[in-house]
Ligand binder design. Structure first.
Ligand code: ZN
Length: 165
């Protein structure tokens, strides 16, 4: 690639050769996105970067996450959408944006978010402090600012970022 033709805007999102750039993340959510993805991985040499609270083209603030040598699975993208509903996923191959799409909220969320009701069966623990094997599961009932409703206790989780497991 001829670097002279790369605009400054592109430079901001594509200094990795292969991997994923998650752009337009809700400000303050970059580290939670990394936690959802289990990054950085122990023992991995791939570079992971989080850029926080940068001005976007629209004048609003945003976070950006760049992950070298990894293309996200659709299921991972669904989980990111719960805390960053405006995020854009850019798949980078050989320094070029090979695919670009906005995240889309799934209909349901399972195993990603803990119920905010401490008495919910999904938060129950046995005498050893271990979680009972009841997987938290939710229906997405609002999409603009995501709200999840627990399948077991009907409690609504409004502040999803605080409940990410
Ligand atoms: Zn619940």
């Amino acid at each position: 690639m001829n670097t002279e033709v790369v605009s400054q805007k592109e430079m901001k999102v594509s200094p990795i050769r292969n991997g994923t750039v998650i752009d337009h993340i809700t400000p303050g959510m970059a580290l939670k996105v990394l936690r959802i993805l289990g990054l950085p991985r122990e023992g991995s040499r791939s570079v992971v970067s989080a850029i926080m609270n940068v001005p976007s083209e629209s004048g609003r603030r945003k976070d950006i996450v760049k992950i070298e040598d990894r293309e996200l699975e659709p299921e991972e993208v669904d989980r990111i959408s719960l805390i960053a509903p405006n995020a854009t996923i850019n798949i980078i191959r050989d320094y070029e944006v090979a695919e670009k799409h906005k995240v889309a909220l799934p209909e349901r969320a399972e195993g990603t978010v803990a119920c905010s009701n401490p008495n919910c069966i999904t938060n129950a623990r046995d005498e050893f402090g271990r979680r009972e094997p009841v997987l938290a599961s939710f229906r997405v009932i609002a999409k603009e600012k995501p709200v999840l409703r627990c399948d077991y206790c009907d409690r609504d989780v409004v502040n999803i970022a605080d409940q990410i497991m």
